[in-house]
Design a protein around this ligand. Sequence first.
Ligand code: GDP
Length: 456
Amino acid sequence: MTLLDGDTIAAVATAPGRGGIGIVRLSGPAARQIGELTAGRELQPRQAHFSNFLDHDDDVVDSGIALYFPAPNSFTGEDVVELQGHGGPVVMDLLLQACLGRGARPARPGEFSERAFLNGKLDLAQAEAIADLINSSTEQAARNAGHSLQGAFSRKIHELVEAVTRLRVYVEAAIDFPEEEIDFLADGHVTEQLQALSRQLQDVLAQARQGSLLQEGMKLVIAGKPNAGKSSLLNALSGQDSAIVTAIEGTTRDVLREHIQIDGMPLHIVDTAGLRDSGDEVEREGIRRAWQELASADRVLLVVDASTDDTSAPPATLSRGEEFQFNPATPVTIIHNKCDLVAQPPQVANHDGNTVIRLSATTGEGLELLRQHLKDAMGYRDEAGSTFSARRRHLLALQQAAGHLDAGLAQLQATGAGELLAEDLRYCQNALGEITGVVTSDELLGEIFSSFCIGK
Ligand code: GDP
């Protein structure tokens, strides 16, 4: 972990543009001194001082409120000063220049949050929640990020880490007393604990997946044969003519993306080129990309033309040979489109565990059934939920942790010995530690904080 270099940073903390108030924030050992020189007066801790703000030549550039938060009781854990002036880009720049002229240096993106993390004011998951809160595109996503910022997600991770640690101590104690090891490990207690821990981890993983889907949006891929009505369905769901709809097969040559919301639930919709063999090179490229998209989908909408295709059997489109990259675990919703042509009413049914929805992309009949189904499939509730936000990075770490637990259990059952189990528990603990930042590399920190905005 890098140590703070001890310098004082400054940045405009409010959004660029014009507004009633704009804030320049300072953090570091010289923050108070620079703040006092700029405000032209002494600053008392946590008191609002109305003052003029002076540039480096002591000319008044603005006036407003100066606040001083002494370390460690500040956002970053260092001395922090906020100069709240008038929110115009030029005046904010003048105020920032006044601070830089007195010895501060411009903050890098996310550097305030990074300092807060390095000084133990927040863990990594909480720091990430700040960026997610700012970037939230829906109300629910913002609420979840708020919960994560308050520590809801981190607490779950700490509980898991504590449970893993307890078990590790027990197993290591067994290893230290080899004559009793067999009894220690064979009494079923460890197996039970491992299984309970695995369930607990899967539960957190499910919640995190939910939070991540709401934060980053579910990726929905629309697939199916040419002319089934994929582009029409994309347009109907997104409410705009973004995909070219024609009656000529193979029109959708590229992959189209749309970001939409269904009652506040974010969705990334991808319309894929018709999945068929083609002699046309451009179209073949489109088809190749379609299979790539399918591989990373959270859900596939498989569109079938009910007016021409047999709808009594499951569609064969997804059971292709060598090109087949579709993850069999990805859930599929089958759409029987063009129900207006076969004069059948919209309907939701279940075939072999897949939801089948009959609708018409052109008339809009049955679209509401699809919207409701997508909300249900994500477990999305319109009212405020109590979930937390999470990132794909966290999901990956949780999956790794679960993998180590399973491996540990398998080792114990195969050998009845504790050494390898103890090792797996340590890996599991490390994977969990990556989420909150107990175990992190400088590269990971750089990657996370550089995606923040400046002043955060
Ligand atoms: P894609 O190749 O799968 O993207 O199919 P398109 O969305 O381009 O649609 C192919 C043709 O079917 C177009 O002429 C559409 O107008 C028509 N179409 C699509 N959905 C429906 C529907 O629900 N009802 C009817 N009657 N026609 C549809």
